[in-house]
Design a protein around this ligand. Structure first.
Ligand SMILES: [Zn+2]
Length: 162
């Protein structure tokens, strides 16, 4: 039990984004110095170094405190996070036609930094950036209704647990 707790703590201590917040960014990538884009009491945004093209930015918006998944965030943090995402989206819309707003929630969804974060990539029609593609499958009305019922059940179950 204790071993597990220590492991958990050391994981949090070595979180890349927690290091951004506390100003230790240089330890991870000496070539890049962390620069804040915008900050609120509970949230922070900065440019990811994972650029989709040489002139196209990719913004990350994070809670300042360490939460692994979106569902771990308290309501106040969620509220500020969404407002921050909307602000950055509005700002980039001044020069772009739209944006992709993404959040990979959990390892199964390819979350790599285990500190919850929104990705925002400004987009223009025909810019050639591919976020993630899957092949759409055709389903019947019956399958649609069946899946709808199943997800509805899960939502009701999750809502009861709140
Ligand atoms: Zn963290």
């Amino acid at each position: 039990m204790l071993k597990k707790e220590i492991k958990q703590t050391s994981k949090i201590n070595s979180c890349l984004f927690c290091d951004f917040v506390s100003g230790k960014w240089i330890k991870h990538k000496p070539k890049f110095t962390f620069e804040k884009l915008f900050e609120t009491k509970l949230t922070l945004s900065f440019l990811s170094i994972d650029f989709p093209s040489p002139k196209r930015v990719h913004v990350l918006i994070i809670p300042k405190k360490h939460y692994v998944n979106l569902q771990d965030c308290p309501k106040k943090v969620l509220h500020e996070l969404i407002e921050h995402v909307v602000l950055v989206s509005k700002a980039l819309r001044l020069e772009h036609e739209g944006s992709n707003i993404l959040l990979n929630d959990g390892r199964g969804a390819e979350q790599t930094v285990m500190h919850t974060h929104f990705h925002l990539v400004p987009r223009n029609k025909g810019d050639g950036i591919e976020i993630e593609l899957w092949k759409r499958v055709n389903i019947s009305q019956k399958s649609y209704s069946k899946l709808n019922k199943e997800v509805k059940k899960l939502i009701l179950k999750a809502n009861k647990k709140k």
